[in-house]
Write a protein that binds this ligand. Structure first.
Ligand SMILES: C[S@@+](CC[C@H](N)C(=O)[O-])C[C@H]1O[C@@H](n2cnc3c(N)ncnc32)[C@H](O)[C@@H]1O
Length: 320
């Protein structure tokens, strides 16, 4: 279990919950599986992004020596509390307050980089500051949802590539958080279903709602994200919207039903796109996280693949 240690970027205080958790001590099994994937050696020079409580920085300092560890935290309050804790138990890594997406050039190049907040893009600075042959371990989230830990090896040409090693659910890197427009902004002031075209689907919204299919859908679609509006009787409406605020779709889930009512509006048929992405994933034998991988090209483009970089995951065309 993870333990939340900060809410709302520190604006919330007291014992109750705030609105959004913004720092936590990650789940121990996740911390150790990511350290396992990082595969540090006795003298590895390591950069950690997201100091948080300082626990990971302490583990790394114990393994490679404080002198070989740099940890970057964007939140000054978290950073100073972590530095104090680390000092109390005798660890003195270089603890920097700043945007970890920029890495920390003065101590580069690094043999290993561990990112402990989720990313939608691996920052160029992180790849550039990792020596060829070095390893980057990071949670990688798609716009649609679903997230996995990726283990990238950096090459001489400035690219980085490697497999996903499991699923994860980290808080986003502060600068990569999403801000959503209200549903009414999509409806042009009209009540639902506004200009939506009605159809039905045999694919249950429940089938596309688990973390793994969400991840697979997110790798294939661009700028689509879901939200479920739950009702007391166990039914719910799956809303799909696009980040450009041009299109929306709803799919009504009713327990036990074989057909589900769909409305789609705007230039993109978002349910058709999600359904196509789901069917591709299903047609490949419903691969797990560990059959997917990611490549970051020397010019910074990202593409996901299945089994090998020669088999890119297809991108679903925008439907109309
Ligand atoms: C899940 S916590 C990290 C857990 C931490 N590694 C530990 O051992 O406790 C995520 C941390 O990332 C920090 N963070 C978010 N965006 C960041 C950024 N751009 N640069 C550095 N740290 C960031 C958050 O403030 C938060 O403290």
């Amino acid at each position: 279990m993870s333990l939340t240690t900060q809410w709302d970027d520190g604006e919330h205080s007291g014992t109750g919950k705030g609105r959004v958790p913004t720092c936590s001590n990650s789940q121990p099994s996740m911390v150790f599986s990511m350290l396992d994937a990082l595969n540090v050696e006795a003298d590895s020079c390591v950069l950690e992004v997201g100091t948080g409580t300082g626990w990971n920085a302490a583990l790394l300092s114990e393994r490679v020596g404080s002198v070989n560890v740099v940890t970057v935290e964007v939140d000054a309050q978290n950073a100073s509390a972590a530095r104090r804790r680390l000092g109390t138990v005798g660890y003195t890594p270089t603890a920097v307050v700043g945007d970890g997406a920029e890495g920390w050039k003065p101590s580069a190049p690094y043999d290993r980089v561990l990112i402990t907040a989720s990313l939608r893009e691996i920052p160029r600075a992180i790849v550039d500051q990792t020596r060829p042959g070095g390893i980057i371990v990071s949670p990688y989230a798609t716009e649609y949802g679903g997230e996995g830990v990726v283990r990238l090896t950096v090459r001489e040409d400035g690219s980085a590539s490697g497999p996903f090693v499991g699923s994860s659910a980290f808080m986003r890197l502060r600068q990569q958080r999403t801000q959503r427009k209200h549903v009414r902004e999509y409806m042009g002031g009209k009540p639902w279903p506004a200009d939506g075209k009605r159809s039905t689907t045999g694919l249950s919204p429940d089938d596309v709602g688990d973390w793994l299919p969400m991840f697979a859908i997110g790798l294939q679609t661009t700028g689509v994200f879901p939200w479920a509006e739950q009702y007391e009787d166990g039914s719910y409406t799956l809303w799909l919207r696009d980040t450009d605020v041009t299109s929306w779709a709803t799919v009504d889930y009713v327990p036990g039903a074989a057909e589900f009512e769909v409305y789609q509006a705007g230039p993109r048929n978002l349910w058709d796109e999600v359904r196509a992405a789901y069917h591709w994933w299903s047609s490949q034998g419903r691969p797990g996280f560990d059959r997917f991988g990611l490549t970051v090209t020397p010019d910074g483009k990202h593409y996901a693949w299945l089994d090998a970089p020669e088999h890119p995951v297809p991108t679903v065309e925008h439907t109309a």
